[in-house]
Write a protein that binds this ligand. Sequence first.
Ligand code: ATP
Ligand code: MG
Length: 449
Amino acid sequence: MNNFTLPGNAAAVIRRLNDHGYEAYAVGGCIRNFLLGIEPKDFDVTTSATPEEMKRVFGDFRVIETGIKYGTLTVISDGMPIEVTTYRIDGEYTDNRRPENVTFTTKLAEDLRRRDFTINAMAYNPAVGIVDIFGGRNDLQKGIVRAIGDPDRRFEEDGLRILRALRFASCYSLKIELKTAESIHRNRQLLENIAGERIAAELSRMLCGNCCDVLREFYDVISVFLPEFAECRGFEQRTKYHDRDVLEHIVATVAAIEPEPHLRLTMLLHDIGKPAYFTLGSDGVGHFKGHAKGSMAVAERFLKRLKYGNEISEKVMKLIETHDIPIENRKNLIKRYMNRYGDEMFLDMIKVHIADDMGKAPGCRGRIETYHAAEKTAREVLAEQECFSLKDLAVNGNDMKKIGLAGRDIGTALNTLLELVIDEKCENEKSALLERAKHLDLRNGDLQE
Ligand code: ATP
Ligand code: MG
């Protein structure tokens, strides 16, 4: 820990507290991340000063009363927020979630004991060095997540810790220690008491880590809020495309896509409706016709229950809906998709198609080259600013009015012209388009062939 240097603003906060006779340490995630060789993103400070004492000590700082009741004050130091929390002991947990009340204490050890995992319960300041009462450093070296104290009790106090353990294991490629893991399996139903959005936040982070082993080993935990996940386990697909059961396919596709929450969630959910849509042909071959719809129905319920926001939910739903549509490297088809779904969505669709193929049997990944080629084409279309939507068309509604069109005919004319441009049957050039428009046979918005 010798070369652990606190950033100036955190050091200033600790020094100020020390100068006033209080203990203060950087604590939790920042120490863990430093030992893992990861740049800490924020520095939390724990101190023997009470909130009232802190307010006096930081009288000349900007201070936000983040959670006075729980002892937390945010001190703005050098323009950066630092959360400073009084050493505390958590009171009775009545709802498996939050202590009824907290008691402030002057002993660092008591504050560290209330924390969830040994790797999260280390403290540091420049004068004392690292304080590691529960062997967090050793556990990090061994690569394990271990609950502090009796795991059953700790998970009963706060069920979210179950998912936090999975998140830390995934994000830092750690294993969950045996007793802690057994307790997680035993207590998984406690997650039912946890607010959807808190589960969603941990799940998204967990999925964006190295999550394959966690998804496999703790499929029963995931199934508490996504029951259909357990049904995928051991569900053989009986087609030549797949050499894995549905759960193993899902896990492989999650790992094969970049760690963005909406993409990882899409892969988690894209085939989740498969078991419900399985039919066995007379030839013994399995079919999952319409399963994208089945997955959408499951996904919609799941995203609502966990209170995922509209933006991410809409993306995930669209990506599930389209995960099976044919993508070829034909410029006109690609432009139609980009017009219909938007260019960013189309690029995501390609990523989903590639990841989906990566999860198939080795002999059935032949389309990946095509998908890469389609992506290249799409990027060329964007770079060349080629027209693929009405807004890029060289004529607009006013131009159509000027040549005498009205009502629904205007939209039909513009869309017909767009099709001609996309199919390279007409230049995206005003006079050429007007000429074509004049010769369209339109009646009440219908194009007469
Ligand atoms: P990151 O900031 O990367 O998510 P972190 O460990 O800092 O990781 P936070 O949620 O910011 O996680 O929490 C800060 C610290 O507070 C943790 O390191 C841990 O010591 C403690 N802590 C957070 N949540 C809980 C909890 N549910 N139960 C017990 N201790 C917790
Ligand atoms: Mg943190």
